[in-house]
Design a protein around this ligand. Structure first.
Ligand code: HEC
Ligand code: HEC
Ligand code: HEC
Ligand code: HEC
Ligand code: HEC
Ligand code: HEC
Ligand code: HEC
Ligand code: HEC
Length: 448
């Protein structure tokens, strides 16, 4: 009897584990949950099945994301109406389901169907229309990336495809571009893909995948500083470099692997992590502060343009922004430390603005006296004026704002004072001699 009992117990165990095993095999893991392919409609299922053969990387990545587990599939994002301006048909669809239209282009308008508040907040931030504007709308930058960087000045004919290279490989991949379509409604090979401010034929503006990489669309990914680093780096806005230098970034580098990254939005709190990332300060919910996709919301100063002013209008509301940002710090710091930090930032802005205003007075005076070259890129004074605000000046301001002492000082104010002195010397020479010195002393690689 005893033997029989234990044998049946063993059988039951085996049976249970077999059932468990087969369920696990039929359903793949996604964000800890199972992907239920059986739950998809037959057409939606065909997209996945055929693409599992044709583009297995995309399907595997999709299966690892939370949306797959929630039953959101290729069909939900890529199928468009026949009358959509971007309607085309993928090879498989054309053969198997000729009434279905698809597009490789997926604009935030599609995401908005299920995530209206994220899309609305994003749309009000500088990451949307404002980010695309320099590349799409502004003539002065077209002059920069076609005539100058694109080599027209050096003899490449206007309209030659090579003149597009600097824009397409550079500005466009961070800022975005307006998508143009070929006769088959697929994007032209120079207007897609692109960065955060993409403009789509369906009127959608923005690109969610720069932070939530396709096809996983992970929230945890976007909380990590590297999600921002692709664009927020380099000589003119070294935000990731500043972050790694900061006390916060140091913590992240040392112990970030053990932090909890996937808590639900609004519930990602100190304890899950010990120091903030870019997302914590600029986007996430923390304490009684709600999450936001509007990165403009928590800022006081405009630190991106030549002169720093308190934000207003479409650039936000500076005083409100400061109050919101202070609430972030308050979760981990006392008032006395937060006060000291923002006093430091406000002083740095004041010092920088003083240099900038002085430089503009000299510039105006030279202009009035006819002592500026028309081409500012071969005029030493004007080149230095550019590096003063666009490179060293931003580094000093961003370094002070985010605890990057080396960027505030050696890459920042130290270079600002040197540039300013050089500008003074050139200014004095031109005024005294009433002419422009014959050769530019500024090296084209730029003072870094
Ligand atoms: C949540 C929405 C969403 C889902 C679900 C989704 N995609 Fe995408 N897919 C996108 C977005 C967004 C892009 C980028 C579009 C852009 O930049 O305009 C994209 C791009 C693509 C591209 C073109 C880029 C490339 O790498 O060639 C292909 C092909 C593609 N998806 C196939 C699929 C397949 C197959 C599935 C299902 C397994 C799928 N997608 C599921 C949103 C989605
Ligand atoms: C029978 C196979 C098959 C089926 C079914 C299928 N596809 Fe495709 N799909 C392909 C192939 C092959 C490509 C081309 C890949 C390439 O360019 O290398 C493709 C390309 C795509 C692209 C990229 C843009 C383009 O038009 O080339 C998207 C987006 C896409 N498919 C979505 C879907 C969706 C959504 C479904 C379901 C409604 C689907 N596919 C069903 C085979 C299939
Ligand atoms: C048909 C509805 C639908 C569409 C369209 C859709 N989503 Fe989702 N999305 C969902 C659902 C449902 C969830 C919740 C999944 C869960 O947490 O179980 C989700 C979750 C997410 C998450 C959180 C993932 C995580 O790791 O927690 C992100 C990010 C996201 N979606 C981005 C997008 C983007 C970007 C688009 C457009 C390209 C998009 N979604 C289109 C329904 C949709
Ligand atoms: C590596 C990514 C990257 C590249 C490449 C890039 N930018 Fe930017 N750009 C940024 C970021 C990030 C900011 C915001 C910095 C800040 O907020 O301080 C910015 C800010 C700007 C601004 C100020 C914001 C505004 O709307 O007035 C302008 C103008 C601009 N970039 C133009 C260009 C042009 C033109 C090119 C190409 C010649 C270019 N950028 C290349 C990432 C990039
Ligand atoms: C600049 C980076 C960035 C961009 C671009 C971005 N997101 Fe997010 N997203 C985040 C971060 C960071 C979080 C997590 C916020 C938190 O910690 O509370 C998030 C969270 C989400 C979530 C989860 C919210 C929830 O309640 O579960 C959704 C859905 C989402 N994003 C959709 C989108 C859509 C749609 C777009 C495009 C319009 C988009 N995101 C563009 C950074 C970004
Ligand atoms: C694909 C490129 C790209 C990525 C990725 C990106 N950004 Fe940006 N970001 C930009 C550009 C371009 C601007 C400048 C927009 C403008 O002012 O015209 C910008 C501006 C900003 C600003 C200033 C907004 C303002 O109102 O001036 C903040 C803050 C910011 N980004 C934070 C983030 C954070 C945090 C992340 C990651 C979670 C991130 N960004 C990811 C390209 C990017
Ligand atoms: C400890 C919080 C904190 C962290 C972490 C942080 N920032 Fe900031 N960031 C700030 C503050 C504070 C300011 C200045 C706000 C003001 O104007 O008063 C700022 C300013 C900026 C600006 C300048 C906006 C402008 O006007 O030009 C950008 C861009 C930016 N941050 C991006 C990032 C990125 C990208 C990361 C991660 C690599 C990051 N930040 C990490 C708090 C933070
Ligand atoms: C999640 C908690 C957390 C948040 C939120 C946070 N910090 Fe910190 N902060 C820390 C930790 C941890 C350290 C490192 C302390 C150490 O290493 O001794 C630190 C260090 C600093 C330092 C360096 C102090 C020193 O003694 O060198 C400054 C400055 C700072 N934080 C400013 C801010 C500001 C400003 C904000 C808000 C915009 C902020 N922090 C938000 C946790 C946080």
């Amino acid at each position: 009897m005893e033997g029989f009992k234990s044998l049946s117990g063993l059988c039951l165990c085996l049976l249970v584990s077999l059932v468990l095993l087969s369920t696990a095999a039929a359903a793949q893991e996604a964000g800890g949950k199972a992907v239920n392919l059986e739950g998809l409609s037959p057409k939606a299922r065909r997209c996945v099945d055929c693409h599992a053969e044709k583009t297995p990387g995309i399907v595997a990545d999709w299966k690892a994301g939370r949306m797959a587990a929630a039953g959101v599939s290729c069909y939900d994002c890529h199928v468009v109406r026949k009358d959509s301006p971007m309607a085309s048909q993928c090879e498989g669809v054309r053969e198997e389901m000729p009434a279905v239209y698809t597009s490789a282009l997926v604009s935030p308008k599609t995401c908005r169907r299920c995530h209206p508040s994220e899309v609305e907040q994003f749309g009000r931030s500088a990451h949307a229309r404002l980010a695309g504007a320099p590349v799409i709308e502004k003539e002065k930058y077209k002059k920069l990336f076609y005539e100058m960087e694109g080599g027209e000045f050096a003899g490449i004919p206007k309209g030659d495809p090579r003149t597009l290279a600097a824009r397409q490989a550079g500005c466009q991949m961070c800022h975005g571009i307006e998508v143009k379509l070929k006769a088959d409604n697929r994007p032209t090979d120079d207007s897609w893909p692109g960065g955060i401010g993409m403009r789509y034929p369906d009127g959608g503006i923005g690109n969610c995948t720069v932070c939530h990489g396709r096809h996983r669309f992970s929230m945890a990914e976007a909380r990590k500083p590297e999600a921002c680093a692709k664009c927020h780096m380099g000589p003119d806005h070294p935000n990731i470099e500043i972050y790694y230098e900061s006390s916060h970034g140091k913590r992240y580098l040392i112990e970030g692997e053990s932090w909890r990254w996937d808590s639900p939005a609004g519930e990602w709190e100190p304890g899950d992590y010990s120091a903030p990332t870019c997302a914590t300060c600029h986007m996430s919910g923390i304490g009684d502060l709600s999450p936001t996709h509007n990165v403009t919301e928590r800022l006081k100063w405009d630190l991106v343009h030549p002169r720093s002013v308190v934000r207003s209008g479409e650039r936000g509301d500076g005083e409100k922004g400061r109050a919101l940002m202070r609430r972030v710090c308050g979760n981990c710091h006392s008032k006395v430390q937060t006060d000291s930090h923002f006093a430091k930032l406000d002083r740095a802005v004041g010092l920088y603005n003083y240099y900038y205003d002085g430089a503009q007075r000299m510039l105006k005076d030279l202009e009035a006296k006819g002592l500026l070259k028309e081409d500012k890129w071969s005029d030493a004074f004007q080149e230095l004026n550019y590096y003063l605000w666009h490179h060293a000046g931003r580094r000093a301001r961003h370094g002070a704002a985010m605890d990057g002492p080396d960027y505030a000082q050696w890459h920042g104010f130290f270079q600002i004072f040197q540039m300013y002195k050089d500008m003074e010397e050139i200014y004095n020479w031109r005024i005294k001699n009433n002419r422009i010195e014959p050769l530019s002393p500024v090296m084209s690689t730029a003072p870094y």
